[in-house]
Design a protein around this ligand. Structure first.
Ligand SMILES: *Cc1c(COP(=O)(O)O)cnc(C)c1O
Length: 329
């Protein structure tokens, strides 16, 4: 795959650490567990979006953009990190957030404002309506002589997903240097872009590794379809024709709970467990639910005792501060 030719801005602090969680594995009486610390990518508290934004901002800047527009939930990590990345390159960020303006700005939303982004609240659940608002705003900016660049929600585009193909080359190097073998990689899957990039990396690099996605919002069928499509489009963007079959993509949707960004008791328990065994902070929207999935799959004996699981920490830690009452005990 020809990554070298793609425009890229160095945004993330790479490589991120990869290390073992011995105390957690002992506590769970499970397989060996390693963690890939993509919560430590840097960029206004870090997370998986930094890797996607390296290629997205590369593309935007190559196209001469002066403003980036994007959308997300009120507490979107993608939006927060887009605001930071845009600022770093002297671009203006306009953020369209789903929901009403809250009385107090907390966590990611507070950071969006601190980063100086222009924030527009769109009080609707209809994603199409928001996409329309963004398109209209981009049109208007063009008429005023600006050069806007629209970033799809979550940065889950073939350009963005390339960041996770690159991440897999990084993991492969680290695993070889450490002399370890990884059997499974487990991650939180939202829009499916990270998962797609990982799956593409595994295939293109001939990495003998099973990828397990824990959905945090959508049904298994929906995520699987998106992962296949995005992996194929990302490969195509890199000049390769590859086919991904739904039967080869493993996604579990039973850890979502009542819905996206609504904490589950199991997710909160997983956050406490990892905090109190390893001193590592997960988040209630993505990685806590993914860890709850890992814990349950271990209990169900999905893994052999001598196998090794790599947990991808995709970040999201500012969301720990959205509702402090979650941590009252
Ligand atoms: C966006 C996000 C994800 C999901 O990434 P997708 O590529 O949308 O599947 C996972 N974890 C965190 C912390 C995120 O912010």
């Amino acid at each position: 795959m020809q990554i070298g030719k793609l425009p890229r801005k160095r945004i993330a602090a790479l490589p991120t650490p990869l290390h073992e969680l011995k105390r957690l594995s002992k506590e769970l009486d499970g397989p060996r567990i390693f963690i890939k610390r993509d919560d430590l990518t840097g960029l206004a508290f870090g997370g998986n979006k930094a890797r996607k934004l390296e290629f997205i901002l590369g593309d935007a800047i190559e196209k001469g953009a002066d403003t980036v527009l994007t959308t997300g939930a009120l507490q979107s990590n993608h939006v927060r990190m887009t605001a930071a990345a845009a600022t770093q390159f002297g671009l203006r960020a306009v953020l369209f957030l789903r929901g009403k303006e809250p009385v107090t700005y907390k966590a990611n939303l507070l950071l969006d404002r601190l980063l100086g982004a222009q924030i527009e609240f769109v009080d609707t659940d209809d994603r199409e309506e928001i996409v329309q608002r963004v398109e209209t705003a981009a049109e208007q900016l063009k008429q005023e002589g600006s050069n806007p660049y629209v970033i799809a929600g979550g940065g889950s585009t073939p350009v963005g997903c390339t960041g996770y193909y690159v991440a897999l080359t990084e993991v492969l190097t680290q695993v070889n240097e450490m002399g370890i073998h990884i059997d499974h990689l487990l991650l939180a899957s939202g829009g499916g872009g990270t998962h797609a990039g990982v799956v593409l990396g595994v295939t293109a690099l001939n990495f003998a590794l099973n990828v397990i996605g824990i959905s945090v919002s959508q049904s298994t069928d929906y995520v699987v379809e998106r992962v296949c499509r995005l992996a194929e489009e990302t490969a195509c963007n890199l000049g390769h024709r590859l086919k991904f079959l739904p039967a080869d993509i493993e996604v579990h949707d039973q850890y979502v709970g009542p819905g996206y960004a609504i904490p589950t008791p199991e997710g909160l328990a997983a956050i406490r467990l990892v905090a109190q065994t390893e001193g590592i902070l997960l988040d209630p929207v993505y990685t806590g639910k993914a860890m709850a999935g890992l814990i349950d799959l271990i209990a169900q004996q999905r893994f052999q005792r001598d196998e090794t699981v790599l947990f991808l920490h995709t970040g999201g830690t500012p969301a720990l501060f959205t509702d402090e009452t979650l941590w009252n005990r």
